[in-house]
Design a protein around this ligand. Structure first.
Ligand code: SAH
Ligand code: SF4
Length: 359
């Protein structure tokens, strides 16, 4: 049997090609995209402006996937919602909706697990299990939007690729998902409201910027250290992607208004949060400070970790030193602390619960 085309695997051009290949007029692509991405339906029968015959034809050739909600938790502290999805092969991934006063941001996952092996990150504990497929990436957005109501006032305007996994290690699916997110005929988000966060794989960053088909979105890079030795200790990937080479690569990316590069820095007590670290970081960035902003993230502890979260006072001291270098700094006091919003923790809870049930 011919395998069916998963429609959410297609960017708009590919959707048009699919429609033409099936002897349908080209304008059907626009109609189908409207149903999938604007109305967010999950069956062909809901596409009421297509005739029954066309719907039957599509059913034979194509499929529409969705994600199965395993569980969710709403934070009493700040209203953020953490979703755990069960994938078709039984693996689980998570998505966090962060509700700010005037906009909503969705933090999405790109892989089950992660191969990068950062010491402070729970996601990587069991290594990489697999890449997410394009539909699994965009369905996180579609399902959450359906969950909170698919209305203009509830619209999720911002997407950050900061959930589980290294987005640039799943290049093709992430690229396709960005095409679908930003296409006006599809999900129609603004390029400026999408951020891809990477651990700093230099050749993949270069590939992305040189790829004419990769819509330009914002880049965040997890720096997490102020010198090479420290970064190598925290992020093994730095052995081959040194801090100096990484900064040189980022410095070379043409500056574009509204697309400043965000440098993320997870502050870990007694490891990378000293005054000396703040000064070193300040100097490293001040050579090109207009191009960057720094995002300080106080470490979110998880069971079994050797690291600790710094005190609020220490975080503020670090921030103040960066100000002296005229650097724009934002402290990301973690959203949804009470629902364990740090990378990978809801998933862990669920796995533990299952274990408890088995034993
Ligand atoms: N793999 C990508 C994106 C996912 S991680 C990356 O590394 O950038 C998203 C952010 O969460 C990264 O900046 C990472 O440094 C941070 N992070 C990971 N574990 C954390 C923890 N336990 N506490 C606080 N931040 C953490
Ligand atoms: Fe992977 Fe990012 Fe976690 Fe590092 S911080 S292990 S790159 S998910």
């Amino acid at each position: 049997m011919e395998t069916k085309t998963n429609l959410k695997n297609l960017n708009f051009k590919e959707l048009e090609d699919f429609v033409i290949k099936n002897n349908l007029p080209k304008f059907r692509a626009k109609q189908i995209a409207k149903w999938l991405y604007n109305k967010k339906v999950d069956s062909f029968d809901q596409m009421t402006d297509l005739s029954k015959a066309v719907r039957e034809q599509l059913k034979e050739k194509a499929e529409i996937t969705s994600l199965k909600l395993a569980t969710y938790e709403i934070s009493e502290e700040d209203g953020s919602i953490k979703f755990l999805w069960k994938l078709k092969d039984g693996h689980t991934i998570e998505t966090v909706l962060i509700q700010e006063r005037n906009h909503k941001t969705l933090c999405i996952s790109t892989q089950v697990g992660c191969a990068v092996g950062c010491k402070f990150c729970f996601t990587t504990k069991d290594g990489l299990i697999r890449n997410l497929e394009t539909p699994e990436i965009i369905d996180q957005y579609i399902e959450v939007q359906r969950f909170i109501g698919n209305t203009p006032e509830n619209r999720i305007s911002n997407v950050v690729y900061m959930g589980m996994g290294e987005p640039l290690a799943n290049y093709d699916n992430v690229k396709k998902s960005v095409q679908i997110f930003t296409d006006d005929k599809m999900l129609g988000l603004s390029n400026r409201k999408i951020t891809i966060s990477s651990s700093g794989i230099i050749h993949q960053i270069e590939k992305m910027y040189n790829d004419p088909d990769f819509p330009q979105v914002k880049l965040a890079v997890s720096l997490n250290a102020s010198n090479q030795k420290q970064r190598e200790y925290l992020m093994p990937i730095s052995q081959t992607n040194t801090i100096e080479d990484l900064m040189k690569t980022l410095d070379k990316i043409p500056f574009k208004q509204g697309f400043r590069i965000m440098l993320e820095y997870v502050l870990i007590k007694g490891v990378n949060d000293s005054e000396e670290d703040a000064h070193r970081l300040g100097k490293l960035i001040s050579r090109n400070r207009k191009k960057y902003k720094v995002n300080l993230i106080p470490f979110n502890p998880f069971p079994g970790t050797e690291f600790q979260r710094p005190t609020e006072k220490d975080v503020l001291r670090f921030e103040k030193i960066l100000w002296k270098y005229n650097i724009t700094v934002i402290v990301r006091w973690s959203k949804g602390k009470d629902i364990s919003a740090a990378c990978g923790q809801l998933r862990k809870k669920e796995i533990e619960n299952q274990k408890i049930m088995i034993t």
